[in-house]
Design a binder for this molecule. Structure first.
Ligand SMILES: [Zn+2]
Length: 434
């Protein structure tokens, strides 16, 4: 009797737990269930309301911040439209899955196909702008021209909508060719600059299955984020149904982004939610913080560091023959060379000397686990100078050099294959989006 009761009780609890769980799932994708004619639709799981003035630049392809998404949340964005028939087909595919996205409209396209912009609006998507003529030079054109591109694009899109209220204060720079002056101008107008978290290369001459593969693999790598697509491409139209199906199958959820208004406050968020992975160092994200324009553009002409910059120990020079040999091998190998670093002090050596110098040895970048302060001091200097140092200076120096060689070999074993060479001079890879 008692056993039967407790079994009944357990069953009741189980049923309750399942129904609570089911309620949670259903409420999380209520809109998917509401999708007319498609009960299994991907749907739109929630609307994220953002205040562009609080977070002016988003998208980890270029910026430190991105949208405050939870794991497995995706924001779809489509650039360069509207252009029939592809844009219309994209709208139909999104509608069939009850998915809401953000469209970045080109002013010239809006002027030529105003009804296409209205279709985007009428389908309930968010509408940002993408310049008037899509110049792939906003990173270097005079700021007055860039402002004109922005303003004209907004004006043309607004005219197509016949309603200024239909436009979201979101802007994506053509080709993602960002410039601080452009971003500052947008911010001054209360417009949010959207980069993305990953593209699918659908503007390139690749197959639709390649677009699908890139979209999914790059999403999987980051776990969430803003996907950059183009609604004017046939390959995107072909890839989109499969992308949406797979998003659903893998448990991803679509988030629709809208701007806040006086009547509609922004979704409450914490600052760290605007970081992609605040605590993780394992995901390679393209953070391009505001690095000043270093002189790397003219790196070939930098003069070599002076002997006096390093390699001093007790006032005498130290030779690092093994490290040097290794560095020569690296120089001939396929390891991508770091661009020249700015040395703390420049020597009066002739500029031509710089060309013949070998790359720094890998040892320089490795961490010495067991070394005395004296060897640390001696190991840190680069092997750059070995070529110019004819011979060890004395017995003490010989002994030190040998000790360093041993330490360096040990450190190689400690960190196999690691070559944490920074690439300080690289700029964001400019996308040549059409
Ligand atoms: Zn574009």
């Amino acid at each position: 009797m008692g056993k039967a009761l407790s079994r009944n009780r357990a069953r009741q609890i189980a049923v309750l737990a399942v129904s609570v769980l089911a309620t949670g799932i259903v409420s999380g994708s209520a809109r998917a269930a509401d999708c007319p004619g498609n009960p299994g639709a991907l749907g739109t799981s929630r609307t994220l309301v953002v205040d562009p003035r609080e977070h002016t630049r988003i998208g980890t392809m270029q910026y430190a911040e991105t949208l405050p998404l939870q794991d497995h949340e995706v924001v779809l964005t489509f650039d360069d439209g509207p252009l029939p028939p592809h844009s219309t087909q994209v709208l139909d595919i999104l509608a069939s899955q009850c998915v809401k996205a953000t469209f970045f409209i080109i002013g010239r396209m809006a002027r030529d196909y105003p009804e296409g912009v209205r279709k985007v609006r009428d389908a309930g998507h968010s509408i940002g702008t993408h310049s008037q003529n899509h110049p792939l030079s906003m990173n270097r054109m005079p700021i007055e021209r860039a402002r004109q591109e922005i303003d004209d694009g907004i004006a043309a899109t607004t005219a197509a909508l016949d309603d200024a209220g239909g436009l979201a204060p979101f802007f994506r720079i053509p080709g993602l060719l960002r410039a601080e002056g452009v971003e500052d101008y947008l911010a001054s107008k209360g417009i949010q600059t959207w980069s993305a978290d990953f593209p699918a290369d659908d503007w390139r001459h690749v197959s639709s299955s390649r677009v699908y593969d890139l979209a999914m693999s790059r999403l999987e790598a980051k776990g969430k984020g803003i996907l950059l697509l183009h609604d004017i491409q046939a390959r995107t139209v072909a890839a989109l149904p499969r992308i949406l199906r797979e998003l659903k199958a893998r448990g991803y959820r679509i988030v629709h982004v809208e701007q806040s208004t006086p009547d509609r406050p922004a979704t409450p968020t914490e600052p760290q939610q605007w970081q992609l992975h605040p605590t993780s160092e394992t995901v390679a994200i393209s953070h391009w913080p505001k690095i000043p324009n270093f002189v790397f553009a003219s790196a070939e002409t930098l003069v070599a560091p002076a002997v006096s910059d390093s390699d001093w120990r007790d006032g005498r020079l130290v030779s690092l023959p093994e490290s040097f040999d290794r560095s020569r091998r690296l120089a001939r190998g396929a390891v991508p060379l770091p661009l020249a670093a700015p040395w703390p002090r420049l020597s009066p050596l002739p500029a031509s000397a710089a060309i013949t110098l070998p790359v720094p040895a890998q040892d320089i970048f490795e961490i010495q686990e067991k070394s005395s302060p004296a060897t640390q001091q001696a190991v840190i200097p680069s092997a750059h100078h070995a070529e110019r140092i004819a011979a060890p200076v004395g017995n003490d120096a010989d002994a030190t050099a040998m000790r360093i060689s041993i330490d360096a070999s040990a450190s190689k074993r400690m960190i196999p294959g690691s070559l944490p060479i920074a690439e300080p001079g690289l700029k964001p890879v400019p996308l040549t989006a059409r």
